[in-house]
Structure formats: structure tokens, C-alpha cells
Write a protein that binds this ligand. Structure first.
Ligand code: PSU
Ligand code: MN
Length: 301
């Protein structure tokens, strides 16, 4: 009733061809213009190059769009009137016919409504550092626990408390797969010191695990964590120092709630003079590739 599925996405879904969803908060609140729109378009091209149909998701004038036009992407990338929409915000933004960029949580909800099983992003939200005081835990984590859309990401940034994020996912029963790695990828760097329980080395093995999980009727996502390519990986100490600085500034300025993550992301881009943005884009492209490969492998089972 609130869903507009683009023709090519609908045709692919009707014929059981692979489709991969993409989020829009990364466009409107995660990266600056014009890199954001270039990134969004090129992600779709990468997914297409594997014979998979991309479906970027956003709320345009109160309609849930599954698959966007170039004009929609441009609007999301440039407009200042795009709300950051997580699970709690969906009904409001739709009922008032606003523009909204979907987070990991709400993109999963919308993808699931459309029948899409795979979703590629950069990094997920998680348990924030300083959790003991602020109790800031992203709604992404609970969504991963209950909505049946599998998410391909590059782990999470150390703006988050990574060990607590992993503990939370364990409690909620979310399988976290290291793709060709034994350790949680740390977004800008290939790996963290945090060991994962689950490593799989091929898209086919991951597709098979997802299929089995469905047959067992275990709800929620499989979270696939894919390390940034070697050549784009940043110096760990350099980036961690910038992140510490950004978190201190957010605390001093009393930034809270949904503004925390966008503030930190923008600050890190600014402080690294765009170096972090380059790495961010490279890891998203790599996730688009692996996500398309997994969706394709799944469609052959
Ligand atoms: N982490 C990133 N880049 C992003 C986000 C997270 O490295 O763009 C976005 C995603 O849309 C994610 C959201 O779902 O931020 C999490 O926001 P919050 O922490 O407010 O739940
Ligand atoms: Mn939060």
C-alpha cells in the first residue's frame, strides 16, 4: 500500500532473479556531495555487472521507493530536507509525506516488505562507546535480530564499542560471518583484534548457510562482514586517533540521539581531509561485489 517497486526490480523478484537492496542514509547523512551520488550510482553499476538487480531504498514524498531513479538519487544526495529514518521514524515520515533516507534498520524493513533478501551497506550501527552513560545502541542491532534480510558490510567503525556490539549480536542470536577472515573487520582497516566464531570463504558457502537458516525458520539476518581491500586499508593508529578526537568533540557539544553517527562520520571525513571518504567508498564497492556474488549464488540453489 505504501510501496512503489521499480519495474525492473519487480520483474526480477517475480522471476526469482537475484536482487540486492542498498540504503540511503549513507547517501544523505553518511557522505558529502558529490561523492555520495557517485558512490550510489557506481554501487548499482557494480551490482548490475554481476547480473544482479540493484534496489536502492528511500522514502520519497511519503512513498517507500524500492529502486530509485537518477533524479531521486540526486535529490537524496543534495537536499537538506531529508530525514534520517530508522524503525521508529518510518510511520511518521510516511504519514506526513516527507523525504526520508533509510538506515540499515529501516532499509531491512522495507526490503523485507518487497521480498528482497540481500542488502549491501558500508557499516552497521551498534553499541556506542560510552554506552554505560548514554545507553546509545543503534536500532540496527535489534533489526538484525528479527528481520529476514541478510546484510553485507565491512564490520563497524571504532566510533562504536566493538566488543559490546559483538556481545549484543551474540545475545540476540545474530550470526556474524567473517568473509575470508577470522577477525571482525574494522571498517577502515582489514581486521580488529576481535575474533569471530564463524568464517566462510566463498559466496556459495554463505548462500548455503542462509538457505539453511531459512529452512530452520530462524528469523533475523546473517551479518556478513567483508574486510576493506588491502590497497584501500588505512593506518589503524592514524584513523583511531581521529575517531577519538571526533568522539570527544561530540561529547563536548552534547550531540545525542540520531545525530551522533552523522556528526562523527562528517567529522572524520573533515579531519582526514577526505582520506577516510576514499576508503569508505572503496569498502562499499567491495561489499557491492561480494553482496552481488552471494545473491547470485543463492539464486542458483
Ligand atoms: N555507519 C557508517 N556509515 C553510515 C552509517 C553507519 O559507517 O552511513 C549509517 C547507517 O545508515 C546506519 C546508521 O544504519 O548510520 C546508524 O545510525 P544510528 O547509530 O543512529 O542508529
Ligand atoms: Mn543511536
Amino acid at each position: 500500500m505504501y510501496l512503489d517497486i521499480k519495474d525492473e526490480v519487480k520483474e526480477a523478484l517475480d522471476s526469482n532473479l537475484p536482487v540486492v537492496a542498498l540504503e540511503s542514509t549513507i547517501i544523505s547523512h553518511g557522505m558529502p556531495y558529490p561523492q555520495n551520488v557517485e558512490m550510489a550510482k557506481h554501487c548499482e553499476e557494480i551490482i548490475r555487472s554481476y547480473g544482479v538487480v540493484p534496489a536502492t531504498i528511500a522514502i520519497i514524498n511519503g512513498r517507500i521507493k524500492i529502486g530509485l531513479t537518477d533524479d531521486d538519487l540526486y535529490l537524496l544526495a543534495t537536499s537538506k530536507n531529508v530525514a534520517k529514518v530508522s524503525r521508529r521514524d518510518l510511520a511518521k515520515v510516511i504519514s506526513t509525506k516527507e523525504m526520508g533516507a533509510t538506515t540499515v534498520a529501516s532499509t531491512m524493513i522495507c526490503a523485507s516488505m518487497a521480498g528482497i533478501k540481500f542488502f549491501v551497506t558500508g557499516g552497521i550501527g551498534g553499541v556506542h562507546r560510552g554506552y554505560e552513560e548514554a545507553m546509545d545502541v543503534s536500532a540496527d542491532l535489534d533489526e538484525l535480530a528479527k528481520t529476514n534480510v541478510n546484510v553485507i558490510c565491512a564490520g563497524a567503525k571504532s566510533i562504536l564499542d566493538l566488543p559490546r556490539t559483538l556481545e549484543y549480536l551474540e545475545t540476540k542470536g545474530v550470526p556474524v560471518v567473517g568473509y575470508q577472515t577470522d577477525y571482525l573487520p574494522q571498517f577502515f582497516t582489514r581486521e580488529s583484534e576481535y575474533k569471530l566464531n564463524l568464517r566462510l570463504d566463498s559466496p556459495e558457502e554463505i548462500a548455503k548457510m542462509i538457505k539453511t537458516k531459512e529452512e530452520l525458520k530462524l528469523d533475523g539476518a546473517v551479518l556478513i562482514t567483508n574486510p576493506i581491500p588491502e590497497e584501500s586499508s588505512m593506518d589503524k593508529k592514524y584513523i583511531d586517533d581521529l575517531i577519538d578526537k571526533a568522539i570527544n568533540e561530540a561529547n563536548e557539544r552534547h550531540i545525542t540521539g540520531k545525530d551522533v553517527t552523522p556528526f562523527l562520520l562528517a567529522k572524520i571525513v573533515e579531519e582526514s581531509e577526505g582520506k577516510s571518504l576514499k576508503a569508505n567508498i572503496a569498502l562499499v564497492y567491495n561489499n557491492a561485489k561480494v553482496g552481488a556474488q552471494i545473491a547470485k549464488a543463492y539464486s542458483k540453489l
